[in-house]
Write a protein that binds this ligand. Sequence first.
Ligand SMILES: [Zn+2]
Length: 324
Amino acid sequence: MRPTPPGAGEVQIAVKAVALNHIDVWGFRGMAFAKRKLPLVIGAEASGEIVSVGPNVSGFKPGDPVVMYGAMTCGTCKACREGRDNLCENVAGIMGFHIDGFARERLNMPARLVIPVPKGVAMRDAACAPIAFSTVEHMLFDNAKLQPGESILVHAGGSGIGTAAIQLAKSIGCTVYTTVGNDEKAQKALELGADHAINYQTDRFEGRLRKLTRKQGVDVVFEHVGVDTWEGSMFSMKIGGRLVTCGSTTGIKASINLFQLFQRQLRLIGSFGCNMRNIATSLEKLACGKVRPIVDLEIPLEEIDRGLERLENRQVFGKIIVTL
Ligand SMILES: [Zn+2]
């Protein structure tokens, strides 16, 4: 279905590649208390090409490769004006979850939420910038303030954001420990640059990490697993360590030992999404080859449910890309 021509301030985009994320599993299946109108187009992260440009739009022309921001922010609140897009006070929803997403041939989008893709970055790779790389960029550098030479534990090193986190942390010279679900993934995580890969199916990761760090723990824990790993993650931090989390794929309720929290002076940081600047930075890092998306599987749109099933069963190493 073709959308109407783009309105003032909008561009029309032909979607070329959609990268799947865990939020698409929930977007596809539905989630209690999520306010949305059905039917709904899923897909929260994508790349495409400008088809046409509406009135009052500058900086874009037909044929330009672009990626899109994954939430419909207002563009006028204090947070939006300050470039803290993911803290928008009047956000209309997350694309592909609350409102229609990107798994469709064409859509109109406000030009202010569209980011140009630099030369030399393939559409397939660019599709992994708006969420996978940018969420991690925001978590590690804006929120956890990860510094060169620090140590980090990356959970689920084979996941889309796990593969991004390993690379981004290594790119500034950190020591990276990662957890994975089998030995094959451990090997791949090491090849990607991780210094140590811990199979959480055969080892208690927090015990193994304590040994590897000579009982010190790490400076930063990168969390997105949730209840299954939470307690171990709290034990894995150095005194004064930081835990940054952007997800809870195994459940949302965990308990905190308050004594451990204040006595060890730990910092717990919630992170969700990213800002527009993070996306531009991620694309630059892709363009200069500092990082590269690890693609697990590329499938046509008709097979999107197969991709989501694979994602949910944790069979992936890297990203699943749906091409249009
Ligand atoms: Zn706003």
